[in-house]
Ligand binder design. Sequence first.
Ligand SMILES: Nc1ncnc2c1ncn2[C@@H]1O[C@H](COP(=O)(O)OP(=O)(O)OP(=O)(O)O)[C@@H](O)[C@H]1O
Ligand SMILES: [Mg+2]
Length: 278
Amino acid sequence: MLSFQNVTRVFGQSTAVDHATFDIDRPMMVGIIGASGAGKSTLLRMINRLTDASDGRILFEGQDILPLKGADKRRWQSQCAMIFQQFNLVPRVDVVSNVLHGLLNRRGLGATIFNLWPREDISRAIAILDRLGIAEQAAKRAEALSGGQQQRVAIARALMQDPKIILADEPIASLDPMNAQIVMRTLRQIHEEDGRTVIANLHTLDTARRYCDRVIGMRKGRIVFDGVPELLTPAAAREIYGAGHDFSEAATSTEIDALDRPEAAMRDDAYAARLLAD
Ligand SMILES: Nc1ncnc2c1ncn2[C@@H]1O[C@H](COP(=O)(O)OP(=O)(O)OP(=O)(O)O)[C@@H](O)[C@H]1O
Ligand SMILES: [Mg+2]
């Protein structure tokens, strides 16, 4: 499905991604971990062509996506939606319009500027918000929502593109543990129910272990671990994060289990309550 072949990205003197090679041969949820500067974002951004590779090939269903230009490049970008740590919503614009922005690659700029959207697009946007438990927020400005809700809007915007792949660059790094859990479960659910591949850069080991089918560990641009979470032993983790480091699991853990669940915060959010029930 998705194949990385010796993909390298050089910035001046430094090699951000160094001959990355791996295959994702079926829909799965992949976590990418590694210390700051290891190349995780660069790797992800090369997939949807936000960053160009210096060398190598990235094949999707047999086609090299690196040389794509113009309309072909935009078509590819709409197949691999990206979500970001800072949500990247338009804060003063209402939630449903933010979700409709997911169609930008397909519908062009005119529709966005004048807010002219076909009725069926609007219904679909609301149906997606409903699926993620935030339909009641549709008319509010994005900035009025909590961080966890904003990230769900960003996921809804990604789903609006009907992508084959969802790329998530540290999707929970700005969220409290409860909202982090809601967002990760939402991504997991989208993978399981829709069969979409999710590739997420994660800064905590326990999140990668808990939600991902496969973990790719990067160190200084190179892939130094690629396997199921069960193989992610403390020794493997030290290899990823650096053996000389004063490595401790706790330093990379969000410790969701240790928290008292803020039940009151969940009471108004039936979706969150259902997701967190098990
Ligand atoms: N646009 C750029 N120009 C120059 N150097 C860059 C650029 N983007 C990334 N780099 C460098 O490439 C390396 C990898 O950066 P990248 O952002 O991919 O790491 P990361 O693993 O995502 O780190 P973090 O966990 O801090 O987000 C770093 O040394 C970084 O300084
Ligand atoms: Mg990064």
